[in-house]
Ligand binder design. Sequence first.
Ligand SMILES: Nc1nc2c(c(=O)[nH]1)N[C@H]1C(S)=C(S)[C@@H](COP(=O)(O)OP(=O)(O)OC[C@H]3O[C@@H](n4cnc5c(=O)[nH]c(N)nc54)[C@H](O)[C@@H]3O)O[C@H]1N2
Ligand SMILES: Nc1nc2c(c(=O)[nH]1)N[C@H]1C(S)=C(S)[C@@H](COP(=O)(O)OP(=O)(O)OC[C@H]3O[C@@H](n4cnc5c(=O)[nH]c(N)nc54)[C@H](O)[C@@H]3O)O[C@H]1N2
Ligand SMILES: [Mo]
Length: 776
Amino acid sequence: MSKPTFKPYRRPSGGWGSALSVGNILRREGVLASVPVALTRHNKVDGYRCNSCAWIKPASPLPFEFCENGVKAVAWELTAHRCTPAFFAEHTVTELLGWDEFQLEHTGRLTHPLRYDADSDKYVPVSWGHALDEIAGELRAVEDHLKGTVFYSSGRLSNEGSYLYQLFARLYGNNNLPDSSNMCHETTSVALPISIGQDIGTISLDDFAKSDCILFFGQNPGSNSPRMLHPLQEASRRGVPIITYNPLRERGLERFTNPQSTAEMLLGQETRISSQYHQVKAGGDLAALAGICKAVLAAHDASREAGGPAILDEAFIAEHTHGFDTFAAWLRVQEWDELERRSGLHRADLEATATVYAGAHAVVAVYGMGLTQHQAGVETVQMLVNLLLMRGNMGRSGAGICPVRGHSNVQGQRTVGITEKPELFPLDRLGEQFGFEPPREAGYNTVEACEAILKDEVRAFVMLGGNFVRAIPDHGQMEPAWRRLRLTVNVITKLNRSALLPGTVSYILPVLGRLEIDETEAGPQVLSMEDTSACVHGNRGLRKPASPHLISENRLICELALRTLAPNPRVRWTDYMRDYAEIRKEIAYTLPESFWDYERRMWEPGGFQRDLPAKRREWRTETGRATIVTPKALDEDADMPAVGHDVLRLMTLRSNDQFNTTVYGYDDRFRGINNTRKVVLMNRSDIDRLRLKVGQAVTLKTVADDGIDRRLPGLLVVAYDIPIGCIGGYYPECNVLMPIWHYAIGSKTPAAKMIPVTIHSEDARVLEPQLEHAGG
Ligand SMILES: Nc1nc2c(c(=O)[nH]1)N[C@H]1C(S)=C(S)[C@@H](COP(=O)(O)OP(=O)(O)OC[C@H]3O[C@@H](n4cnc5c(=O)[nH]c(N)nc54)[C@H](O)[C@@H]3O)O[C@H]1N2
Ligand SMILES: Nc1nc2c(c(=O)[nH]1)N[C@H]1C(S)=C(S)[C@@H](COP(=O)(O)OP(=O)(O)OC[C@H]3O[C@@H](n4cnc5c(=O)[nH]c(N)nc54)[C@H](O)[C@@H]3O)O[C@H]1N2
Ligand SMILES: [Mo]
């Protein structure tokens, strides 16, 4: 591989850099001819839904409704490469454990069901019948169905597959349905129901067009939801202020050139995105938001005293909210010194935001993992909602809260029943519908599943999509525990590390992707999924399957259920796998208020939006009003030792060349990092203070008092524009440093954006020559 380089990226997001990056991956995956054809059906009515992020799919799509990272995700799935039994005959599992994420997935699409053979330490091909029979036998043999088996899923699974999967788990006897959402927007699912009475956001695409101020907290659209840059570009051109709070200066939030506009590309035109950019400390958002709220309140008080107009929406607060007085009293006693210290920002910065906010009529607040993956994540999200509620920015056109969901169907998956929390799904109705008594005991979420596995209480783990063992914290503890499981089933499309940690009985079961034609005895089938704005869309695959031996996720679940569960005439597995409209009928029966006329409406342009009560100011909370939540404390993180200058806050980040644990390449163009992911981004003054050198190799060690040694060697120091005391590294490489018990209070979302670490130089390994470096 070429030598690592670090060079500040001076160009806008999008633009020619994006076009070049796309060209590279199409060539590398051998799909230069086929993917561009597929892309004409990308996010189109009667086409397929992008398998990258969950950003809104508009009713009137652009001629090319895709982005750089959408193309990468499509190319990755439609790749010409194949990972066949011949490959597994050549490589032992032990050998493959030495490969990184890029190398593993780059081998191509999996083609055959495989069973782990301990004698040869290799995966060998088996028939589907044998695989399903043995897995079903193992699942039945688990003594304690309530505790002994876990059914994980990752947020790409369709609504149909998700519904079948939860039904299978509940008929089997538990709610152990952790999903990728547990590591992601679970914080949202806990915070928003208390605040506004629904577990999802309130925004439609249309609101971006009508908003006159957009707040951005801890979300990186340039890499993670690039199609969002189009409405942001439009907003910026209308003169709408866009205010960003992010420790890093992210290129996509600064400047953008639309790669789909010939004029912009040729003329090198670019649009500024953020009008204010505040480099808050990692975890400092709770204090920053409290400061903004305090400044808004102070401005209101001052205006009132001077006989001026109200700045708070007093009528809205009186009629629609609960808890304002307590909150206002709390804000008044907060000390600016403390808010400045915790946020790492000046009072004037926070007041500047408050001034713009107070002058706007319709404000959208966007957030992502920068808020949710913190110990105080739940209260921080609620504080952002408080700010909106102070001026009635909820349930009004152009205003509202916009959590940007991650995986392309992570939201739909939750809607149709993938949840460990029994209260979130109408289990009575499900029981009546299928004539059984669903389990009522809360199931395991991701963290709890890991804890149970560490205690050897779990026998069987079914992974329907995703790369669980790589996505979770504490690799050093979890990987050995994984090998002690009795059964591990990896339902995947590409080889990943989770599959390389086999238990006693282990399978790789390769499935169709949603871009592929899914033909059953009843003809070609379609699927559906929900985007981040709660719009449900149809999906039709268009490519020939990667291998004739693949089956659909739906069929896999049905076949397994038929072999595992006692027969129940009300559950028509054979019909479901034949005709997916039969699954949609069941979904519509369980959730009639959302899914009436499902079969027709999912093909409407823009899909159909599920009912969002908060959008019309109906608050399904305990009090029937929106709750203004006063935080218990301003502590950003109780696990973080307050003393000791040497303790740094590690944020684990995504590069522009990855989708979660899927790594497309070793470049992070926007951050100017090339040919490596083994870096630690540091402020220049921390580098000097800790007597390190740019380009030098270092080891990170977690600061924790549980007696476990967590360390990651071999990272190169990069000088970067990042707040003092905060450092950045890549996920999933850095997950080895995250203690499993370090998570958001209330949601148990791993606190991946603030890991307390110390840094140690590996003197012997200083790299020569000194590397060029960025910013600082
Ligand atoms: N191309 C691509 N697209 C993706 C993904 C991908 O990996 N690649 N992943 C998908 C998934 S599952 C998800 S959940 C989303 C994730 O998308 P995002 O929510 O954007 O997640 P991250 O990139 O992890 O981090 C977001 C931002 O938070 C900032 N940040 C870190 N700590 C803090 C903090 O304490 N405060 C503030 N204000 N900001 C902070 C980081 O600098 C970063 O810019 O994207 C989805 N889309
Ligand atoms: N440190 C740290 N850890 C994190 C995060 C972080 O920011 N920092 N982010 C967290 C977040 S937000 C998330 S969502 C999780 C992600 O966790 P997961 O969703 O479990 O992980 P992915 O990397 O998205 O899964 C990739 C694998 O999915 C399989 N796959 C791809 N497409 C399909 C398909 O169509 N069907 C099936 N069956 N399989 C398919 C491929 O085999 C591929 O190897 O990670 C979390 N972990
Ligand atoms: Mo996510």
